[in-house]
Design a protein around this ligand. Structure first.
Ligand code: GLU
Length: 454
């Protein structure tokens, strides 16, 4: 029975790279009819915040992920980690380390100066049990360190194949801090073991922790799960995706009007060999496997995400789309006319303004001010619209003769600016019947007034 987990630290909003981790676990769990467990790694009391936990769970739900168990919180399981650490101490697989911060920092410096990795020098490793107990009894603070055998480790990563680590990579890492709280590696290992996790699917930034976690699980008498590390998202400059690149948090994409289907679909294709790009969740699950994931770089491309978003906006039933965009159901017909042009829900709402805001967008106004012929055309359109019973689009265009020296294209651009207030948009023929005449005349008046003043 497959059991996977998603284990975010609630120290910030859900990053899109972590959303990818969550989704890959979710696809995997669904594919093999397993369980998806949500675990909050909130042992960093200073930085963890219940508000972030709420925001993460909201974002996961928005992505369509439904966890089978959890959220479990590591902060509520501190005794469990402690007792496991102490069991290692009893078995001689961990030891007390009394070295102080300054001493450790100095040792780290001298290792670095010798060009060696900054590993613990093992000073307390061979303290006799009696001596260690005496110091502890005296109240000298200590950490618990794993007594590593330092052996080289090789494991088969479900995405990257065989990975090898040299002798000494697994060092005498701290498992319990002076205040008795567990370090990341200990808490993860105890939880993965007790929760019966079968597959750990996570970002490549955890690769070097894996041999440590395997050694710890073995020492605790458990069996390491299978590990699979997918690639981290990077920006077009090949640096880790961060705020400098623009939106990075799921909540940012939501706010900008990306629909969840598009984000899920785009992330599902990242670093994967897929035959077709557009897939609904069932199709993604059907075609998902760790074999289809490659360890190659994942450049996050906003343009590509917008492409996916447009595809979903085009395919959604107009009533559903209106609802998603918070647009009243009475305006569905208008939504279906403008949606082809919208890349996001925000865009869509902006396009909808053409039906009721008698304003000209700055670029449309600038364009009109440049075109001498616009004044004549404005008057003709205005008088035509005043005809009782209204006017059809064909009647209106028939009434407009292209002034000498004006291209037909420009005539339509001018007309578009008056009808929609914009310099681009859906076919004018489709929009025109839906724009109230007083909105169009309002725009014409706004233009005339501006021209007068200018
Ligand atoms: N809490 C860790 C993180 O947010 C994840 C740990 C893991 O997946 O093993 O990076």
């Amino acid at each position: 029975m497959v059991r996977v987990r998603f284990a975010p630290s609630p120290t910030g909003h859900l990053h899109v790279g972590n959303a990818k981790t969550a989704l890959f676990n979710w696809f995997f769990a669904r594919k093999y009819e397993g369980s998806f467990i949500l675990r909050m790694e909130d042992t960093d009391m200073e930085r963890s915040d219940a508000a972030y936990e709420r925001s993460i769970t909201e974002d996961l739900a928005w992505l369509g992920i439904a966890w089978d168990e959890g959220p479990l919180r590591q902060s509520e399981r501190l005794d469990i980690y402690r007792s496991h650490a102490l069991s290692l101490l009893e078995k001689g697989l961990a030891y007390r380390c009394f070295c102080g911060e300054e001493e450790l920092a100095a040792a780290r410096q001298s290792s670095l100066a010798r060009g060696e990795p900054p590993r613990y020098n093992g000073k307390c490793r061979d303290l006799s049990a009696g001596e260690a107990s005496r110091l502890a009894a005296k109240g000298q603070p200590f950490t618990l360190r794993f007594r590593s055998d330092g052996r080289p480790v090789t494991f088969r990563d479900g995405i990257r194949g065989e990975l090898s680590f040299p002798r000494g990579h697994v060092d005498d890492l701290i498992i319990l801090r002076r205040d008795g709280t567990p370090t990341y590696n200990l808490a993860v290992v105890v939880d993965d073991m007790l929760m019966g996790i079968t597959h750990v699917i996570r970002g490549g930034d955890h690769i070097s922790n894996t041999p440590r976690q395997m050694a710890l699980i073995n020492a605790l008498g458990g069996r390491p799960p299978e590990y699979a590390h997918h690639s981290l998202l990077i920006g077009p400059d090949r640096k880790p995706l961060s705020k400098r690149h623009g939106a990075t948090r799921v909540t940012d994409f939501r706010a900008m009007g990306i629909v969840s289907e598009a984000l899920v679909n785009y992330l599902s294709t990242m670093g994967r060999n897929v035959a077709v790009e557009l897939m609904d969740p069932d199709e993604i699950v059907r075609t998902f496997s760790l074999d289809s994931v490659s360890g190659s770089d994942n450049i996050f491309d906003m343009e590509k995400l917008l492409w996916f978003n447009r595809e979903y906006l085009k395919r959604m039933p107009p009533a559903v789309l209106a609802d998603r965009a918070g647009i009243d159901a009475s305006r569905v017909e208008k939504v279906s006319v403008v949606r082809e042009n919208a890349s996001t829900l925000t865009d869509l709402r902006e396009y909808m303004e053409m039906f009721d805001r008698a304003e000209l967008r700055p670029e449309a106004l600038r364009y009109l001010m440049k075109m001498d012929a616009a004044g004549e055309i404005a008057k003709t359109v205005r008088s035509r619209l005043a005809v009782r019973g209204g006017v059809t689009f064909d009647e209106l265009t028939a009434a407009l003769t292209v002034p000498v020296g004006l291209r037909k294209r420009d005539l339509f651009m001018i007309l578009r600016a008056f009808v929609t207030g914009r310099s681009e948009g859906p076919p004018l023929r489709d929009v025109f019947p839906l724009v109230p005449l007083e909105v169009i005349t309002g725009r014409i008046d706004a233009y005339l007034e501006h021209r007068h003043e200018g």
